[in-house]
Design a protein around this ligand. Structure first.
Ligand code: NAP
Length: 321
């Protein structure tokens, strides 16, 4: 009898067909609508393998009833949507898609940094709304990127790729991690600093850690208060790392100059969220890895990890924390 697989969102045919050759595959056929929880629960009870997105909460109640489940293959590098401890206790392998999205996410992080610093969405709207009546000395002026100091919190794969881009812009780059990366420091001329020093010294603070119990609310009132009044905060990692109430107050009072967010604590963010009323916030709908090539690669890697486990092998991207 063929093993059973459930895919929680419509994926490209070529990837699904490959899986269909080996397994009995069912799929949530919608692209823009997430699988309802009750459907996911029911499907999980039957299957050997699940390929899911970050929109699915693979939590304890769900894993508890998934008696045949051997693998959860997440189509993302972050896996805060999965209870990894519970999965491990049940002998379920969890996998992610590191590496293939690094450069694409670094591109977007830098694009958001630049768009926020130079007020690009606001300037575009200004023109379209007929407000451009003259050129004036201080009209739509922003912050310089070249020569500024960038502080990266979480110098992992994406953090390092952002640092490389920053060096091309002649930026001075600081970073903070739990561990130091001496080789990268030397190769890219980066400086390791303590967390507080990074907050105090940076013109741009860029968050690129995973969302964990340790990093949740890592940037709150106290941390925002340490930043420069002219500083810009960029979060392309996960919502929840930056406390949104504290960020709202800091932006509203101009305790920091601006922020760029690709991620929110609750996604999709409500259009009524008070952060969206602020002129000094640039927002995106979690599109860090959203290039055609990269999303295809992520789907391929997720499928490959799932197939490795179901075929009795070792998944290359098994979470080992
Ligand atoms: P990675 O290579 O694992 O890098 C994460 C870095 O964070 C590591 O260098 C780690 O270093 C550091 N870190 C972890 N906990 C920390 C803490 N408590 N304090 C300070 N630093 C800490 O991961 P990646 O591939 O670069 O991805 C990073 C995150 O970006 C992912 O987890 C994901 O949530 C997010 N992401 C978002 C998008 C998007 O679409 N917006 C796309 C891709 C990824 P130490 O262990 O030494 O501290």
């Amino acid at each position: 009898m063929k093993q059973k697989v459930y895919i929680t969102r419509k994926l490209p045919d070529e990837i699904v067909d490959r899986m269909r050759e080996k397994y009995e595959v069912r799929m949530w056929e919608e692209e823009e609508i997430p699988v309802p929880r009750e459907v996911l629960e029911k499907e999980s009870e039957q299957v050997d393998g699940l390929l899911c997105l970050l929109t699915e909460q693979m939590d304890q109640p769900l894993l508890k009833n998934a008696n045949n489940l051997k693998v959860v293959a997440n189509m993302a590098v972050g896996y805060n949507n999965i209870d990894v401890d519970e999965a491990r206790a049940r002998g379920v392998v969890v996998t992610n898609t590191p590496g293939v999205l690094t450069e694409t996410t670094a591109d977007l992080t830098f694009a958001l940094l630049m768009a926020t610093a130079r007020r690009i969405p606001e300037a575009s709207e200004y023109l379209r709304h007929g407000k451009w009546e003259t050129w004036s000395p201080m009209q739509l002026t922003g912050q310089d990127i070249h020569g500024a100091t960038l502080g990266i919190i979480g110098l992992g794969r994406i953090g390092e790729a952002v640092a490389r881009r920053a060096k091309g812009f002649d930026m001075n780059v600081l970073y903070h991690n739990r561990s130091r990366h001496h080789e990268v420091e030397e190769a890219l001329d980066l400086q390791y600093v303590e967390f507080d020093e990074l907050l105090k010294e940076s013109d741009f603070v860029c968050v690129l850690t995973p969302l964990t119990k340790e990093t949740e609310n890592m940037i709150g009132r106290e941390q925002l208060a340490k930043m420069k009044k002219t500083a810009i905060l960029i979060n392309t990692a996960r919502g929840g790392i930056v406390n949104e109430d504290a960020l709202y107050d800091a932006l509203k009072n101009y305790d920091i100059w601006a922020a760029g967010l690709d991620v929110f604590a609750k996604e999709p963010v409500s259009v009524k969220h008070r952060l969206l009323t602020l002129p000094n916030l640039v927002t995106l709908p979690h599109i860090g890895s959203a290039s055609i090539k990269t999303r295809m690669k992520m789907a391929e890697v997720a499928a490959m990890n799932l197939m490795c486990v179901l075929d009795g092998g070792e998944a290359p991207n098994k979470i080992r924390e």
